[in-house]
Design a protein around this ligand. Structure first.
Ligand code: G1P
Ligand code: ZN
Length: 544
């Protein structure tokens, strides 16, 4: 097989963000753009040569072309074997599982998660390490450093590789195995949950559910698990065909983008349980009849009820949440007498805690939860966890959450996103706020007194690595918090995220609307950060 060595020049903008390198498709179609980044992975990760690599993506526009390029580059970089999802498609949690179950040296996941797809949408590439999880900062830093110096890449002159039939083939020296990833993943789920109990629930006349696959990667997985193995009626899985542009919508599981599901769940004769997942299958949204479960609450409810699920019957070693995620799970950890870790935003920070067996469950406010069964967040896993919980408790989603609030209090929570603001303005807001932080402790805002204010940094307890600048926090003495950070996944301008949280324990105050319950904090956020003035926006673009 002829290997071409192609001269190239570095791109200065290949620094991976919260979750890999994410850009508009037009960037990835620029000559050498994808190739430079992939070669930077191979150059900086010497352990890949001679080993197995897992490859697949969420099926968005440009997925198939990218798979072919990466296969030819893998040949030229002496990868022994590449295992590819059928059609080049793998959900993010299924990719994580494949890396682990195959003992592969790593994986390349092609996804821009919940960002829109299509020719004018986004694309992304992420490298996962041998534990199945997203590369830690030391690895993404090495890839980025390499990308700034690269002057050539290697690619084989090979014919198009057939990725549409399951089986083994040899392309030059390299083995390519095309796998149907659904079966392995469904087997894994069946090993964790009480499928017989879930089957009788789904087949009973008194219960119904809808899962919105959002024309993204989880459709085939959900159909196999929910409709085939668990016997839910056909039609339980909505929008189940994966489409390269997700049907023109954002594959983001929230009430704005999963509109039909929301209307159904908040309408008359709503199903008992509603759920959705995102573009690459790692996010989840959980709904009951007329009831939205906030992701931070979902994590806490899971932790409090994990003993009812077969895989977690023996108890949890510990839990973790990203810093901006509400402290609801902390209260559960305290009651259970287990550790609770607070990490920076992004799944990569959970990897060491999971590998070191310090935690069993972890999650983020951004609709992500998972456990030690993989090293990614896992949308369908979370949905099945809830289904198992409903079957085990014989209660509705709303009752389960309300009982949780009665026991632990309610952590009212909201996130306000200001999107596509000019980067300079966003930076200025953060700089001004950072310099104002030292004056805040001791200051009163109405009845609320600031206890501390800082820029969050994290020391990983396993490898002692330190990550700084992870979000500006204003911590009030009563436990309320406001957090400000800039998104690391957007592709247009900057996105400011403002996270607000307040703990309420008075039993008669647990049923308020979140925005109303947090109105005082929302006002304080505006007054300390001058958001309207500096972003030029009267209101947030997205509220979750
Ligand atoms: C966002 C979420 C974060 C999540 C990431 C990948 O990152 O906030 O929790 O891990 O997407 O799904 P951000 O855009 O805030 O950097
Ligand atoms: Zn995702």
């Amino acid at each position: 097989m002829e290997i071409r060595v192609v001269s190239t020049r570095p791109f200065k903008d290949q620094k991976p963000g919260t979750s890999g390198l994410r850009k508009q498709v037009s960037y990835f179609r620029k000559p050498h753009y994808l190739e430079n980044f992939v070669q930077s992975i191979f150059n900086s990760q010497q352990g890949l040569a001679g080993n197995e690599l897992i490859l697949g993506g969420d099926g968005r526009f440009f997925n198939r072309e990218a798979v072919q390029i990466i296969l030819r580059m893998a040949m030229a970089n002496e990868i022994r074997k590449v295992t590819v999802g059928l059609g080049g498609i793998l959900s993010t949690p299924a990719a994580s599982h494949l890396i682990r179950s195959r003992g592969a040296a790593g994986g390349i996941v092609l996804s821009a998660s919940h960002n829109p797809g299509g020719p004018t949408g986004d694309f992304g590439i992420k490298f996962n390490v041998a534990n199945g999880g997203p590369a830690p900062e030391s690895v993404t830093g090495a890839i980025h450093a390499t990308s700034l110096e690269i002057d050539h890449y290697r690619i084989a002159r090979a014919p198009h590789v057939d990725i549409d039939h399951v089986g083994h083939q040899h392309v030059g020296e390299m083995e390519v195995e095309v796998v149907d990833p659904v079966r392995d993943y469904a087997d894994l789920m069946e090993s964790l949950f009480d499928f017989p109990a879930m089957r009788s629930l789904l087949q009973s006349r008194d219960f119904s559910m809808r899962f919105d696959a959002m024309h993204a990667v989880t459709g085939p997985y959900a159909e196999e698990i929910l409709e085939q193995r668990l016997g839910a009626p056909a039609g339980t899985v909505m929008r189940k065909e994966p489409l390269a542009d997700f049907g023109g919508r954002h594959p983001d599981p929230n009430l704005t983008h999963a509109r039909e599901l929301g209307e159904l769940m908040f309408g008359r004769d709503a199903p008992d349980f509603g759920a959705a997942s995102d573009g690459d299958g790692d996010r989840n949204m959980i709904l009951g009849q007329g009831f939205f479960v906030s992701p931070s609450d979902s994590l806490a409810v899971m932790a409090a009820n994990a003993h009812l699920i077969p895989a977690y019957r023996g108890g949890l070693k510990g839990v973790a949440r990203s810093m901006p995620t509400s402290q609801a799970v902390d209260a559960v950890a305290q009651a259970l007498g287990i550790p609770c870790y607070e990490t920076p935003t992004g799944w990569k920070f959970f990897g060491n805690l999971l590998d070191d067996a310090r935690i069993t469950l972890c999650g983020e406010e951004s609709f992500g939860t998972s456990s030690d069964h993989v090293r990614e967040k896992d949308g369908l896993w979370a949905v099945l966890f809830w289904l198992n919980l409903i079957a085990a408790r014989g209660q509705s989603v709303a009752t389960i959450v309300r009982e949780h609030w009665q026991r632990f209090g309610r952590h009212y929570y909201t996130r306000h996103d200001y999107e596509e603001i000019e980067s300079e303005r966003a930076e200025e807001l953060m700089i001004r706020l950072r310099s104002a932080l030292p004056d805040l402790p001791g200051r009163d805002f109405g009845p609320l007194r600031v206890g501390a204010a800082d820029d969050f940094s994290y020391r990983d307890p396993v490898d002692d690595s330190v990550s700084t600048g992870q979000g500006l926090r204003i911590l009030f003495e009563d436990g309320s918090r406001i957090v400000f950070r800039l998104s690391g996944t957007g592709t247009l301008g900057a996105t400011l995220r403002v996270y607000l949280e307040r703990h309420e324990t008075r039993p008669e105050q647990l049923e308020e609307d979140s925005q109303a319950a947090l109105a005082a904090l929302i006002e304080i956020a505006e007054s300390v950060a001058d958001i309207r003035n500096l972003t030029g926006k009267e209101a947030p673009d997205v509220i979750t």
